[in-house]
Design a binder for this molecule. Structure first.
Ligand code: GDP
Ligand code: GDP
Length: 436
Protein backbone atom coordinates (compact mmCIF):
# COMPACT_ATOMS: atom_id res chain seq x y z
CA UNK A 1 0.00 0.00 0.00
CA UNK A 2 1.27 3.41 -0.84
CA UNK A 3 1.58 5.77 2.08
CA UNK A 4 -0.89 8.62 2.41
CA UNK A 5 0.08 12.23 3.01
CA UNK A 6 -2.73 14.54 4.09
CA UNK A 7 -2.69 18.33 3.76
CA UNK A 8 -4.62 19.98 6.56
CA UNK A 9 -5.30 23.62 7.39
CA UNK A 10 -7.76 26.48 7.44
CA UNK A 11 -9.47 27.56 4.22
CA UNK A 12 -7.36 29.84 2.03
CA UNK A 13 -4.00 29.07 3.54
CA UNK A 14 -2.98 27.54 0.21
CA UNK A 15 -3.66 23.82 0.61
CA UNK A 16 -4.89 23.30 -2.90
CA UNK A 17 -2.08 25.44 -4.31
CA UNK A 18 0.40 23.21 -2.53
CA UNK A 19 -1.50 20.15 -3.68
CA UNK A 20 -1.38 21.28 -7.30
CA UNK A 21 2.25 22.19 -6.98
CA UNK A 22 3.11 18.69 -5.76
CA UNK A 23 0.85 16.87 -8.17
CA UNK A 24 2.14 19.02 -11.02
CA UNK A 25 -1.06 18.40 -12.85
CA UNK A 26 -0.92 19.03 -16.51
CA UNK A 27 -3.07 21.78 -17.75
CA UNK A 28 -4.09 19.94 -20.88
CA UNK A 29 -5.47 17.17 -18.80
CA UNK A 30 -7.59 19.47 -16.73
CA UNK A 31 -9.05 21.01 -19.87
CA UNK A 32 -9.61 17.82 -21.75
CA UNK A 33 -11.07 15.62 -19.12
CA UNK A 34 -13.69 17.27 -17.03
CA UNK A 35 -14.59 15.18 -14.06
CA UNK A 36 -11.27 13.47 -13.60
CA UNK A 37 -8.88 16.07 -12.46
CA UNK A 38 -10.74 19.27 -11.88
CA UNK A 39 -12.29 18.64 -8.51
CA UNK A 40 -10.31 15.77 -7.23
CA UNK A 41 -8.60 16.17 -3.93
CA UNK A 42 -6.37 13.16 -3.94
CA UNK A 43 -3.69 12.06 -6.35
CA UNK A 44 -0.89 9.64 -6.68
CA UNK A 45 2.45 11.39 -6.71
CA UNK A 46 5.93 10.12 -7.38
CA UNK A 47 8.78 12.06 -5.97
CA UNK A 48 12.13 10.70 -7.05
CA UNK A 49 10.52 7.32 -7.49
CA UNK A 50 8.93 7.34 -4.05
CA UNK A 51 5.21 6.90 -4.63
CA UNK A 52 2.60 8.24 -2.24
CA UNK A 53 -0.98 9.40 -2.22
CA UNK A 54 -1.57 13.04 -1.52
CA UNK A 55 -4.90 14.16 -0.06
CA UNK A 56 -6.12 17.73 0.18
CA UNK A 57 -8.54 17.51 3.07
CA UNK A 58 -9.92 20.95 2.23
CA UNK A 59 -11.57 19.48 -0.78
CA UNK A 60 -13.85 17.29 1.24
CA UNK A 61 -16.58 19.80 1.92
CA UNK A 62 -17.73 23.28 1.12
CA UNK A 63 -15.95 25.78 3.30
CA UNK A 64 -18.25 27.55 5.66
CA UNK A 65 -16.61 29.92 8.04
CA UNK A 66 -19.07 29.52 10.88
CA UNK A 67 -18.19 25.89 11.24
CA UNK A 68 -14.52 26.51 10.76
CA UNK A 69 -13.16 24.98 13.89
CA UNK A 70 -15.36 21.95 13.78
CA UNK A 71 -14.45 21.42 10.18
CA UNK A 72 -10.76 21.65 10.94
CA UNK A 73 -11.12 19.20 13.73
CA UNK A 74 -12.86 16.80 11.39
CA UNK A 75 -10.20 17.18 8.74
CA UNK A 76 -7.49 16.65 11.26
CA UNK A 77 -9.17 13.68 12.84
CA UNK A 78 -9.53 12.17 9.43
CA UNK A 79 -5.89 12.83 8.69
CA UNK A 80 -4.87 11.35 12.01
CA UNK A 81 -6.79 8.16 11.32
CA UNK A 82 -5.98 7.71 7.70
CA UNK A 83 -2.75 9.43 6.84
CA UNK A 84 0.80 8.32 7.43
CA UNK A 85 2.20 11.82 7.36
CA UNK A 86 0.40 15.12 7.93
CA UNK A 87 1.23 18.48 6.42
CA UNK A 88 -0.35 21.18 8.54
CA UNK A 89 -0.43 24.43 6.61
CA UNK A 90 -0.68 27.90 8.09
CA UNK A 91 -0.65 31.31 6.42
CA UNK A 92 2.11 33.89 6.91
CA UNK A 93 -0.14 36.67 5.61
CA UNK A 94 -2.90 36.18 8.14
CA UNK A 95 -0.50 35.23 10.91
CA UNK A 96 -1.12 32.72 13.64
CA UNK A 97 -4.82 32.29 14.44
CA UNK A 98 -6.61 30.65 17.38
CA UNK A 99 -7.84 27.89 15.07
CA UNK A 100 -4.26 27.09 14.11
CA UNK A 101 -3.34 26.96 17.75
CA UNK A 102 -6.16 24.62 18.56
CA UNK A 103 -5.37 22.16 15.81
CA UNK A 104 -1.67 22.17 16.57
CA UNK A 105 -2.43 21.15 20.14
CA UNK A 106 -4.40 18.24 18.77
CA UNK A 107 -1.76 17.21 16.26
CA UNK A 108 1.04 17.33 18.81
CA UNK A 109 -0.47 14.47 20.70
CA UNK A 110 -0.42 12.00 17.87
CA UNK A 111 2.21 9.50 17.06
CA UNK A 112 2.77 10.29 13.40
CA UNK A 113 5.09 12.64 11.59
CA UNK A 114 3.49 16.08 11.35
CA UNK A 115 5.09 18.87 9.35
CA UNK A 116 4.17 22.38 10.42
CA UNK A 117 4.25 24.65 7.41
CA UNK A 118 3.90 28.39 6.98
CA UNK A 119 2.82 29.16 3.46
CA UNK A 120 2.85 32.41 1.48
CA UNK A 121 6.39 33.19 2.53
CA UNK A 122 7.09 34.54 -0.93
CA UNK A 123 10.28 36.39 -0.04
CA UNK A 124 12.67 37.35 2.69
CA UNK A 125 10.43 40.04 4.12
CA UNK A 126 7.69 37.53 4.92
CA UNK A 127 10.34 35.18 6.22
CA UNK A 128 11.26 37.74 8.82
CA UNK A 129 7.65 38.08 9.93
CA UNK A 130 7.07 34.48 10.91
CA UNK A 131 8.37 34.82 14.45
CA UNK A 132 4.86 34.50 15.87
CA UNK A 133 4.63 30.91 14.84
CA UNK A 134 7.45 29.87 17.10
CA UNK A 135 5.10 30.35 20.00
CA UNK A 136 3.42 27.13 18.91
CA UNK A 137 6.26 25.31 20.56
CA UNK A 138 6.83 22.86 17.75
CA UNK A 139 10.35 21.78 16.90
CA UNK A 140 10.48 23.07 13.42
CA UNK A 141 8.31 25.13 11.14
CA UNK A 142 8.90 25.06 7.42
CA UNK A 143 8.44 28.28 5.52
CA UNK A 144 7.35 27.92 1.93
CA UNK A 145 5.61 29.64 -0.91
CA UNK A 146 3.42 27.11 -2.67
CA UNK A 147 2.60 29.63 -5.35
CA UNK A 148 6.18 30.58 -6.13
CA UNK A 149 7.65 27.18 -5.40
CA UNK A 150 9.89 28.46 -2.68
CA UNK A 151 11.07 25.99 -0.05
CA UNK A 152 8.73 23.29 -1.34
CA UNK A 153 11.53 21.05 -2.61
CA UNK A 154 13.39 21.12 0.70
CA UNK A 155 10.22 20.42 2.60
CA UNK A 156 9.33 17.46 0.43
CA UNK A 157 12.80 15.97 0.69
CA UNK A 158 12.21 15.68 4.41
CA UNK A 159 8.61 14.54 4.06
CA UNK A 160 9.64 11.69 1.81
CA UNK A 161 12.22 10.63 4.42
CA UNK A 162 9.45 10.40 6.99
CA UNK A 163 7.31 8.02 4.96
CA UNK A 164 7.03 4.46 6.21
CA UNK A 165 8.64 1.82 4.05
CA UNK A 166 6.26 0.80 1.33
CA UNK A 167 4.97 -2.55 2.43
CA UNK A 168 5.39 -4.45 -0.81
CA UNK A 169 2.21 -5.53 -2.46
CA UNK A 170 2.67 -9.08 -1.27
CA UNK A 171 2.47 -10.39 -4.76
CA UNK A 172 1.03 -13.73 -5.26
CA UNK A 173 1.40 -13.75 -8.98
CA UNK A 174 -1.61 -15.75 -10.03
CA UNK A 175 -4.26 -14.27 -7.78
CA UNK A 176 -6.70 -11.66 -9.07
CA UNK A 177 -7.40 -8.90 -6.59
CA UNK A 178 -10.85 -7.39 -6.87
CA UNK A 179 -12.04 -4.19 -5.26
CA UNK A 180 -15.76 -3.52 -5.02
CA UNK A 181 -16.31 0.21 -4.73
CA UNK A 182 -19.22 2.62 -4.87
CA UNK A 183 -21.40 4.91 -2.83
CA UNK A 184 -23.16 3.64 0.27
CA UNK A 185 -26.31 1.65 -0.54
CA UNK A 186 -25.60 0.82 -4.15
CA UNK A 187 -25.44 -2.84 -3.11
CA UNK A 188 -21.74 -3.57 -2.63
CA UNK A 189 -22.26 -5.76 0.37
CA UNK A 190 -25.04 -7.72 -1.34
CA UNK A 191 -22.81 -8.13 -4.38
CA UNK A 192 -19.90 -9.34 -2.28
CA UNK A 193 -22.16 -11.98 -0.72
CA UNK A 194 -23.30 -12.97 -4.14
CA UNK A 195 -19.75 -13.32 -5.43
CA UNK A 196 -18.73 -15.37 -2.44
CA UNK A 197 -21.80 -17.50 -2.89
CA UNK A 198 -22.96 -17.43 0.67
CA UNK A 199 -24.15 -15.05 3.34
CA UNK A 200 -22.14 -13.58 6.14
CA UNK A 201 -18.68 -14.81 5.42
CA UNK A 202 -17.43 -12.44 8.02
CA UNK A 203 -19.97 -12.49 10.80
CA UNK A 204 -20.17 -9.25 12.70
CA UNK A 205 -16.74 -7.88 12.08
CA UNK A 206 -15.79 -5.62 14.94
CA UNK A 207 -15.74 -1.96 14.18
CA UNK A 208 -12.33 -0.46 13.68
CA UNK A 209 -10.41 1.74 11.35
CA UNK A 210 -10.01 0.93 7.71
CA UNK A 211 -6.52 -0.21 8.56
CA UNK A 212 -7.78 -3.59 9.67
CA UNK A 213 -9.11 -4.47 6.27
CA UNK A 214 -10.21 -8.04 5.95
CA UNK A 215 -9.75 -9.60 2.56
CA UNK A 216 -11.48 -12.77 1.51
CA UNK A 217 -9.99 -15.34 -0.79
CA UNK A 218 -12.23 -17.45 -2.91
CA UNK A 219 -11.97 -19.87 -5.81
CA UNK A 220 -14.00 -19.85 -9.00
CA UNK A 221 -13.42 -22.35 -11.79
CA UNK A 222 -10.31 -23.44 -9.93
CA UNK A 223 -8.80 -19.96 -10.07
CA UNK A 224 -7.98 -17.92 -6.96
CA UNK A 225 -9.39 -14.45 -6.33
CA UNK A 226 -9.12 -12.01 -3.51
CA UNK A 227 -11.98 -9.71 -2.57
CA UNK A 228 -10.45 -6.69 -0.93
CA UNK A 229 -11.75 -5.31 2.36
CA UNK A 230 -14.88 -7.39 2.54
CA UNK A 231 -15.33 -6.55 6.19
CA UNK A 232 -15.16 -2.85 5.43
CA UNK A 233 -17.76 -3.16 2.72
CA UNK A 234 -20.17 -4.92 5.01
CA UNK A 235 -19.52 -2.64 7.91
CA UNK A 236 -20.15 0.43 5.88
CA UNK A 237 -23.51 -0.78 4.76
CA UNK A 238 -24.59 -0.96 8.35
CA UNK A 239 -23.36 2.10 10.16
CA UNK A 240 -24.90 5.48 9.77
CA UNK A 241 -22.17 7.43 11.46
CA UNK A 242 -19.63 6.43 8.82
CA UNK A 243 -19.51 9.81 7.21
CA UNK A 244 -20.45 9.58 3.58
CA UNK A 245 -17.92 12.05 2.35
CA UNK A 246 -15.03 9.94 3.52
CA UNK A 247 -16.18 6.78 1.84
CA UNK A 248 -14.28 7.99 -1.20
CA UNK A 249 -11.15 7.47 0.86
CA UNK A 250 -12.10 3.91 1.65
CA UNK A 251 -12.64 3.25 -2.02
CA UNK A 252 -9.28 4.79 -2.73
CA UNK A 253 -7.51 2.44 -0.37
CA UNK A 254 -9.14 -0.63 -1.85
CA UNK A 255 -8.43 0.53 -5.38
CA UNK A 256 -4.76 0.91 -4.55
CA UNK A 257 -4.52 -2.76 -3.72
CA UNK A 258 -6.62 -4.09 -6.57
CA UNK A 259 -6.02 -5.41 -10.05
CA UNK A 260 -9.61 -5.05 -11.17
CA UNK A 261 -12.09 -2.57 -9.75
CA UNK A 262 -15.82 -3.17 -9.85
CA UNK A 263 -17.35 0.29 -9.89
CA UNK A 264 -20.84 -0.35 -8.59
CA UNK A 265 -23.62 2.02 -9.65
CA UNK A 266 -27.28 1.85 -8.82
CA UNK A 267 -29.83 1.64 -11.61
CA UNK A 268 -32.25 3.43 -9.30
CA UNK A 269 -30.09 6.52 -8.86
CA UNK A 270 -28.19 6.82 -12.14
CA UNK A 271 -24.75 8.38 -12.08
CA UNK A 272 -23.87 10.78 -9.27
CA UNK A 273 -21.01 13.11 -8.42
CA UNK A 274 -19.50 10.71 -5.94
CA UNK A 275 -19.56 7.91 -8.49
CA UNK A 276 -17.41 9.97 -10.80
CA UNK A 277 -14.88 10.72 -8.07
CA UNK A 278 -14.44 7.06 -7.32
CA UNK A 279 -14.26 6.06 -10.98
CA UNK A 280 -11.81 8.88 -11.66
CA UNK A 281 -9.49 7.52 -9.06
CA UNK A 282 -9.69 3.97 -10.40
CA UNK A 283 -8.74 5.38 -13.78
CA UNK A 284 -5.88 7.42 -12.46
CA UNK A 285 -4.58 4.57 -10.36
CA UNK A 286 -4.37 2.61 -13.59
CA UNK A 287 -6.50 -0.32 -12.50
CA UNK A 288 -8.68 -2.56 -14.62
CA UNK A 289 -12.22 -1.16 -14.47
CA UNK A 290 -15.67 -2.66 -14.88
CA UNK A 291 -18.94 -0.81 -14.36
CA UNK A 292 -21.51 -2.89 -12.56
CA UNK A 293 -24.97 -1.36 -12.74
CA UNK A 294 -26.75 -3.01 -9.85
CA UNK A 295 -30.45 -3.10 -8.90
CA UNK A 296 -31.35 -3.60 -12.53
CA UNK A 297 -34.43 -5.42 -11.22
CA UNK A 298 -35.89 -2.17 -9.90
CA UNK A 299 -36.36 -0.51 -13.29
CA UNK A 300 -39.44 -0.61 -15.45
CA UNK A 301 -37.51 -1.54 -18.55
CA UNK A 302 -38.22 -1.14 -22.20
CA UNK A 303 -36.05 -1.74 -25.26
CA UNK A 304 -34.07 1.42 -24.81
CA UNK A 305 -33.37 1.32 -21.04
CA UNK A 306 -30.03 -0.39 -21.32
CA UNK A 307 -28.92 1.78 -24.23
CA UNK A 308 -29.82 4.91 -22.31
CA UNK A 309 -27.88 3.83 -19.28
CA UNK A 310 -24.86 2.96 -21.38
CA UNK A 311 -25.04 6.43 -22.89
CA UNK A 312 -25.24 8.06 -19.47
CA UNK A 313 -22.20 6.12 -18.28
CA UNK A 314 -20.19 6.92 -21.38
CA UNK A 315 -21.10 10.58 -21.10
CA UNK A 316 -20.30 10.79 -17.40
CA UNK A 317 -17.07 8.81 -17.49
CA UNK A 318 -15.47 10.02 -20.69
CA UNK A 319 -12.06 8.85 -19.56
CA UNK A 320 -13.23 5.24 -19.18
CA UNK A 321 -14.63 4.43 -22.63
CA UNK A 322 -12.83 1.09 -22.53
CA UNK A 323 -14.49 -0.21 -19.36
CA UNK A 324 -17.10 -2.93 -19.86
CA UNK A 325 -20.57 -2.34 -18.42
CA UNK A 326 -22.60 -5.08 -16.77
CA UNK A 327 -26.22 -4.88 -15.70
CA UNK A 328 -26.97 -7.09 -12.72
CA UNK A 329 -29.16 -7.66 -9.75
CA UNK A 330 -27.10 -8.69 -6.78
CA UNK A 331 -30.29 -9.33 -4.87
CA UNK A 332 -31.79 -11.84 -7.29
CA UNK A 333 -28.49 -13.00 -8.71
CA UNK A 334 -29.56 -12.05 -12.20
CA UNK A 335 -26.47 -11.90 -14.45
CA UNK A 336 -24.15 -11.72 -11.43
CA UNK A 337 -22.54 -14.87 -12.77
CA UNK A 338 -21.11 -12.81 -15.60
CA UNK A 339 -19.03 -10.70 -13.28
CA UNK A 340 -16.15 -13.09 -12.71
CA UNK A 341 -16.04 -13.91 -16.41
CA UNK A 342 -15.62 -10.22 -17.13
CA UNK A 343 -13.02 -9.87 -14.37
CA UNK A 344 -10.99 -12.64 -16.02
CA UNK A 345 -11.16 -10.90 -19.35
CA UNK A 346 -10.06 -7.55 -17.97
CA UNK A 347 -7.31 -9.15 -15.88
CA UNK A 348 -5.91 -10.80 -18.99
CA UNK A 349 -5.80 -7.47 -20.81
CA UNK A 350 -4.41 -5.68 -17.79
CA UNK A 351 -1.52 -8.15 -17.69
CA UNK A 352 -1.01 -8.34 -21.44
CA UNK A 353 2.32 -7.90 -23.19
CA UNK A 354 2.70 -7.15 -26.87
CA UNK A 355 5.86 -7.74 -28.84
CA UNK A 356 8.09 -4.80 -29.61
CA UNK A 357 7.90 -5.40 -33.34
CA UNK A 358 4.08 -5.55 -33.39
CA UNK A 359 3.96 -2.48 -31.23
CA UNK A 360 6.26 -0.49 -33.49
CA UNK A 361 4.36 -1.42 -36.62
CA UNK A 362 1.20 0.01 -35.13
CA UNK A 363 3.05 2.95 -33.65
CA UNK A 364 4.81 4.02 -36.84
CA UNK A 365 1.59 3.72 -38.86
CA UNK A 366 -0.17 5.85 -36.29
CA UNK A 367 2.46 8.60 -36.26
CA UNK A 368 2.75 8.63 -40.05
CA UNK A 369 -0.96 8.80 -40.71
CA UNK A 370 -1.45 11.61 -38.26
CA UNK A 371 1.57 13.71 -37.36
CA UNK A 372 1.95 15.17 -33.91
CA UNK A 373 1.27 18.94 -33.88
CA UNK A 374 4.37 21.16 -33.92
CA UNK A 375 5.77 22.00 -30.53
CA UNK A 376 6.77 25.67 -30.38
CA UNK A 377 7.26 25.57 -34.13
CA UNK A 378 9.46 22.48 -33.98
CA UNK A 379 8.68 19.15 -35.53
CA UNK A 380 8.04 16.36 -33.08
CA UNK A 381 9.93 13.23 -34.06
CA UNK A 382 9.30 9.76 -32.71
CA UNK A 383 11.89 7.02 -32.70
CA UNK A 384 10.68 3.94 -30.99
CA UNK A 385 8.07 2.49 -28.66
CA UNK A 386 8.48 -0.31 -26.18
CA UNK A 387 6.29 -1.90 -23.55
CA UNK A 388 8.01 -1.54 -20.22
CA UNK A 389 5.41 -3.01 -17.92
CA UNK A 390 2.01 -4.57 -17.32
CA UNK A 391 -0.74 -4.04 -14.74
CA UNK A 392 -1.49 -1.68 -16.38
CA UNK A 393 0.23 -1.97 -19.76
CA UNK A 394 2.88 0.76 -19.82
CA UNK A 395 4.85 2.01 -22.75
CA UNK A 396 7.87 4.20 -23.20
CA UNK A 397 8.01 6.24 -26.37
CA UNK A 398 11.25 7.89 -27.39
CA UNK A 399 10.93 11.31 -28.96
CA UNK A 400 12.94 14.47 -29.53
CA UNK A 401 10.40 16.60 -27.60
CA UNK A 402 9.03 14.67 -24.65
CA UNK A 403 7.51 17.79 -23.08
CA UNK A 404 5.85 18.92 -26.25
CA UNK A 405 3.31 16.19 -26.84
CA UNK A 406 -0.22 17.32 -26.41
CA UNK A 407 -2.56 15.25 -24.36
CA UNK A 408 -4.94 14.77 -27.27
CA UNK A 409 -2.14 13.24 -29.31
CA UNK A 410 -1.27 10.94 -26.44
CA UNK A 411 -4.88 9.83 -26.42
CA UNK A 412 -4.77 9.29 -30.16
CA UNK A 413 -1.79 6.93 -29.79
CA UNK A 414 -3.53 5.06 -27.00
CA UNK A 415 -6.61 4.62 -29.15
CA UNK A 416 -4.53 3.21 -31.95
CA UNK A 417 -2.93 0.74 -29.54
CA UNK A 418 -6.39 -0.25 -28.36
CA UNK A 419 -7.66 -0.76 -31.89
CA UNK A 420 -4.73 -3.04 -32.62
CA UNK A 421 -4.34 -4.91 -29.34
CA UNK A 422 -7.57 -4.60 -27.38
CA UNK A 423 -6.61 -3.74 -23.81
CA UNK A 424 -10.30 -3.93 -22.94
CA UNK A 425 -11.09 -2.62 -19.53
CA UNK A 426 -7.58 -1.52 -18.68
CA UNK A 427 -6.04 1.93 -18.62
CA UNK A 428 -2.63 2.34 -20.23
CA UNK A 429 0.36 4.46 -19.43
CA UNK A 430 2.43 6.26 -22.03
CA UNK A 431 5.70 7.75 -20.95
CA UNK A 432 7.56 10.04 -23.34
CA UNK A 433 11.34 10.02 -23.02
CA UNK A 434 13.80 12.35 -24.62
CA UNK A 435 16.41 11.23 -27.12
CA UNK A 436 18.25 13.37 -29.64
P1 GDP B 1 -6.95 26.44 0.35
O1 GDP B 1 -8.32 26.94 0.62
O2 GDP B 1 -6.19 26.20 1.62
O3 GDP B 1 -6.91 25.25 -0.57
O4 GDP B 1 -6.17 27.62 -0.38
P2 GDP B 1 -5.85 27.90 -1.92
O5 GDP B 1 -4.79 26.99 -2.40
O6 GDP B 1 -7.12 27.91 -2.67
O7 GDP B 1 -5.20 29.34 -1.85
C1 GDP B 1 -5.91 30.46 -1.34
C2 GDP B 1 -5.33 31.72 -1.91
O8 GDP B 1 -3.98 31.90 -1.49
C3 GDP B 1 -5.28 31.72 -3.43
O9 GDP B 1 -5.65 33.01 -3.88
C4 GDP B 1 -3.84 31.44 -3.73
O10 GDP B 1 -3.45 31.98 -4.97
C5 GDP B 1 -3.11 32.08 -2.58
N1 GDP B 1 -1.83 31.46 -2.31
C6 GDP B 1 -1.56 30.13 -2.19
N2 GDP B 1 -0.24 29.92 -1.97
C7 GDP B 1 0.34 31.13 -1.95
C8 GDP B 1 1.69 31.57 -1.76
O11 GDP B 1 2.62 30.79 -1.60
N3 GDP B 1 1.89 32.91 -1.77
C9 GDP B 1 0.89 33.79 -1.98
N4 GDP B 1 1.20 35.08 -1.97
N5 GDP B 1 -0.38 33.42 -2.17
C10 GDP B 1 -0.66 32.10 -2.14
P1 GDP C 1 -23.76 -1.15 0.26
O1 GDP C 1 -23.96 -0.05 1.25
O2 GDP C 1 -23.28 -0.63 -1.04
O3 GDP C 1 -22.93 -2.29 0.76
O4 GDP C 1 -25.24 -1.71 -0.05
P2 GDP C 1 -25.99 -3.02 0.50
O5 GDP C 1 -25.47 -4.23 -0.14
O6 GDP C 1 -26.02 -2.95 1.99
O7 GDP C 1 -27.44 -2.78 -0.11
C1 GDP C 1 -28.22 -1.64 0.21
C2 GDP C 1 -29.68 -1.97 0.02
O8 GDP C 1 -29.97 -2.25 -1.37
C3 GDP C 1 -30.11 -3.22 0.78
O9 GDP C 1 -31.40 -2.98 1.26
C4 GDP C 1 -30.12 -4.30 -0.28
O10 GDP C 1 -31.04 -5.33 0.00
C5 GDP C 1 -30.56 -3.53 -1.52
N1 GDP C 1 -30.05 -4.16 -2.75
C6 GDP C 1 -28.77 -4.55 -3.02
N2 GDP C 1 -28.70 -5.07 -4.25
C7 GDP C 1 -29.93 -5.00 -4.80
C8 GDP C 1 -30.49 -5.37 -6.08
O11 GDP C 1 -29.82 -5.89 -6.96
N3 GDP C 1 -31.81 -5.10 -6.25
C9 GDP C 1 -32.58 -4.55 -5.28
N4 GDP C 1 -33.88 -4.34 -5.56
N5 GDP C 1 -32.10 -4.17 -4.09
C10 GDP C 1 -30.80 -4.40 -3.84
Amino acid sequence: MKPIIAIVGRPNVGKSTLFNRLVGRRKAMVDDMPGVTRDRNYAEVNRFDVPFILVDTGGFEPETNDRLLQQMREQSRFAMDEADVILFVMDARSGLTPADHDVVQMLRRIDKPVFYIINKVDGDSQEAATGDFYSLGVDHVYTISAEHNRGVGDLMDEVVQALPEDADRQDEEDITRIAVVGRPNVGKSTLVNRLLGYERVVANPTAGTTRDAVDTRFMCNKKPYLLIDTAGIRRKGKTVEKVEKYSVMDALRSIERADVVLIVLSAEDGVTEQDSKIAGYAYEAGRGCIFVVNKWDTLQKDNSSMGKFVEEIRRSFKYLPFAPILFVSALSGQRSGKIIQEVDLVMEQYSKRVSTSDLNKVFSNATEENHAPLDQGKRVKFYFATQVGTKPPSFVIFTNRPEGIHFSYERYIMNRFREAFGFTGTPMKLIFRGRD
